[in-house]
Design a binder for this molecule. Sequence first.
Ligand SMILES: [Fe+2]
Length: 206
Amino acid sequence: MSQVIGLFPTPVVRVERLLSGELISSITSEIQDSQKQTNAFSDRLSHTPVAGIEANETFARLGELVMPSVVQFGEVLFGETLGWQIKEIWVNVLEPGGRQSIHTHANSFISGVLYLTQPHPSANLVFHKSLGGTNFIFSNHNKNARINAYNGSKWMMPEITPGDLVMFPSYLLHEVPTNQGEQRISIAFNAIPERLDNFGYAVRFA
Ligand SMILES: [Fe+2]
């Protein structure tokens, strides 16, 4: 018997329909009137200013809604039920033809996205394994290669429903390819634990 053991997998969580239809429509109408800034890499993508959850009632309510899932995901990442804080939260409005270039979220541990619209399949979230480094890279990606979890270099979220929450470790590279569908609206956040403790060598985050 032979066995493949998947070592050190990366957790990505989808919580289905965390936001009710009613909440989605009230937040969506609020967003249409809010002030936005154009993204540095795509003029078809705009964001509200990055804020704390205390900035307004909607963000505070969303913070409360996502917190149990954040704590649970934190337990997966660090093996312990920790106190967590939503450090920043903002809205992304991606117009047809817009994209979000590849990036990670620095100074954060858990990043999350709440979907207010159903993304067009062209504009689903794509995660990347790496962008390379300072060594030469060998790869066997060709039409005969069967891509799997070990040789694949990127992965696209297969399906998203409005109201869903997707969370991933903040170090994970991700992007949104060019949106070939309708306007796509999401709310992103970053979360940090109050502390991490490695056999008494602890750090606290604020
Ligand atoms: Fe992001």
